[in-house]
Design a protein around this ligand. Structure first.
Ligand code: G6P
Length: 611
């Protein structure tokens, strides 16, 4: 996730771009830059590592009367956080400038061809190939060249492109990444969200997937990728700037829960080869041989990420047949784990900076283990200190509570299961079954959100008087129960919640069961469903309120539970992804009802960099 701004008009172009980028910094801020040109066709590009304030400082002393420009605030996906990797990127002649938000999956193939044709690259980014490709097709008409170039691109993008050789226009296009623009009163402005636009206009056009638009001060034209013009009327937006940062949601946490389907899409994009039933994890390629020889895997993390690891343990042991051990990092670092060289160590961390996870990683390395990471923050400490790894590619997560990162970690662990399994005994059809189900998941997640958002809100109202909750799940859904309980106690801070493996209730939690303690059962139609139902009956007999999450079409729980939440069917190992969604919504709404600061729960931090 990055922030894009483009501006064409009579205001001070550089200031408009900088103030727009500042508003988009929440989307990512490891480096930033802008490119502008003036009436005479002279251009200027300024880039820096760090936040937009640093760029603003550099621009203060400039004497440049720009008429058009584009800017970008970066959240690295390919290539380290360096000035040369910051956007905008430009062609060999420095006549075409481009900013991009997204991932170009096939950039390696395209780059190879462009290098053969003599193009010179200055960065390690996937983005730079696109501007050189546009250069290849440029014959004086920018939109024509962009249109032709995009035909070769696989992946996700929102782009804004300008050229000194075809001045007075900004060409924009979108596939999967957001882009919105406004053309009014002789000024055209485009951005990743409406926040940079709102100070100028409330009439905006949200570009849709597979659309390209040409913006000039006089007007705009929208085309589909077949070059057919489309009629798009601007809509009036009554959002405040704050609401618009949150995409119209009241909190980042809710926005990020609604981004969970997209998080899976971003994490699996370009990593599934369905025909061959394999997961292509570029970051593990160089250790692929070593991984094929390991006979044990240790997954280590903290908080929510450690629950993702627990699901990973079930996934990998059941399908890839490698013994897996999960440990919370704060324990791993102080016990005496018996490790040998055929064990690999995998740290899972959204931030890549969690002190305990980092310390555990160092301990594993000291003992000579192959060290790997699943991390969201590119260039973070864990990515620098591991031998290899996989990025989540989900953009920044702003709310303190991990939501979309948990879901993304689950999808990557599913990919890893196939990666490791196919190196061993996993059949082609099994690989295809898992990957096929993973591909279909984002749509099922959207369905789950749509059908349960209002329900979970009502349910939170109904149960808001209770101060204790028990969450139960079995096998793949035991960690989901832990996640449901953790999220509730983090977000709704008067509430005490605990998670247990369902089968354990008779060894303790059942003693608490009475009408004052609601029990959440995660009970999909899976291999342990019947056992879970027996436990549910035991709780029912003690008159405790029961909320059950189960598979759509399974109405029998209506007779036992007070409330039943339905999620669609997928394969057993991926059910945690669907079952977590209502639990995240429940915690969010409960926190909201109780008046908690849901995005910044008391006493908690997003990244815990101390022991
Ligand atoms: C903190 C956050 C949690 C997160 C945990 C691990 O406790 O509040 O949301 O799950 O750290 O963070 P990491 O960045 O390592 O995934």
């Amino acid at each position: 996730m990055c922030g894009i701004v483009g501006y064409l008009g009579k205001d001070d172009v550089i200031s408009v771009i900088i103030s727009g980028l500042k508003r988009l910094e929440y989307r990512g801020y490891d480096s930033c830059g802008f490119s502008v040109y003036d009436k005479k066709g002279q251009d200027l590009t300024l880039k820096t590592v760090g936040r937009v304030a640093a760029l603003e400082k550099m621009a203060e002393s400039l004497d440049f009367e720009a008429v058009c420009g584009i800017g970008h605030s970066r959240w690295a996906t390919h290539g380290l956080v360096t000035e040369k990797n910051a956007h905008p990127h430009f062609d060999c002649k420095k006549e075409i400038f481009l900013v991009h938000n997204g991932i170009i999956e096939n950039y390696k193939e395209i780059k190879k061809k462009l290098l053969e044709r003599g193009h010179k690259f200055v960065s390690d980014t996937d983005t730079e190939v696109l501007v050189h490709l546009i250069e290849e097709f440029f014959k004086g008409n920018l939109e024509e060249a962009v249109h032709r170039a995009l035909k070769y691109i696989k992946g996700a993008y929102a782009i804004a492109v300008i050229s000194k050789k075809d001045p007075g226009k900004i060409v924009v296009a979108r596939k999967s990444s957001p882009l919105v623009f406004s053309v009014e009163k002789n000024r055209a402005i485009v951005a990743s969200d409406p926040t940079p636009i709102l100070p100028f206009s409330d009439k905006v056009v949200f570009l849709e997937d597979d659309e390209l638009a040409v913006l000039t001060p006089e007007g705009f034209k929208v085309f589909d990728f077949e070059k057919k013009q489309k009629i798009r009327e601007p809509q009036v937006l009554d959002w405040t700037i704050e609401e618009s940062e949150k995409g119209g949601f009241s909190h980042f946490m809710l926005k990020e829960i609604f981004e969970e389907p997209e998080a899976v899409e971003n994490s699996i994009r370009g990593r599934i080869v369905l025909d061959e039933g394999i997961a292509k994890l570029g970051g593990l390629e160089m250790v692929s041989d070593k991984l094929s020889k390991i006979d044990r895997l240790i997954l280590v993390a903290c908080g929510t990420a450690s629950y993702a690891c627990m699901v990973g343990e079930y996934m990998i042991e059941e399908n890839a047949e490698i013994p897996v051990e999960v440990d919370v990092a704060s324990e791993f670092r102080y016990r005496n784990p018996i490790l040998d060289k055929k064990t690999a160590f995998l740290a899972v961390s959204q931030s890549g900076e969690t002190a305990d996870t980092l310390a555990a990683l160092r301990e594993a390395k000291r003992k000579g283990l192959l060290s790997l990471g699943v991390v969201n923050m590119v260039g973070s400490s864990i990515t620098r200190e591991t031998e290899a790894g996989v990025y989540n590619h989900i953009g920044p997560e702003i709310a303190v509570a991990a939501t979309k990162s948990f879901i993304s970690q689950l999808s990557i662990l599913a990919l890893l299961t196939v990666f490791l399994g196919r190196q061993r005994n996993m059949s082609l059809s099994k690989g295809q079954e898992i990957l096929g189900a993973l591909k279909k998941l984002p749509d099922l997640m959207r369905e789950t959100l749509k059908e349960n958002d209002e329900k979970m809100k009502n349910l939170a109202e109904k149960y808001s008087k209770y101060r204790n909750f028990i969450f139960l799940g079995r096998k793949y859904n035991y960690p989901v129960a832990l996640e449901g309980a953790l999220k509730l106690k983090e977000i709704a801070f008067y509430i005490h919640a605990e998670g247990f493996p369902t089968g354990e209730i008779k060894h303790g939690p059942i003693a608490l069961a009475d009408e004052n303690l609601p029990f959440f059962f995660i009970a999909p139609k899976d291999s342990v469903y019947d056992k879970v139902v027996s436990n549910m009956e035991e709780v029912r007999a003690r008159k405790a309120p029961i909320i059950a999450i189960t598979t759509k079409g399974n109405s029998e729980l209506e007779k036992i539970a007070d409330d039943v939440i339905y999620v669609p069917q997928t394969i057993e190992m991926l059910m945690p992804i669907l079952n977590t969604i209502p639990l995240h919504l429940f915690a969010y709404y409960m926190g909201n009802i109780l008046g908690c600061d849901v995005d910044k729960p008391r006493n908690l931090a997003k990244s815990v960099t101390v022991e």
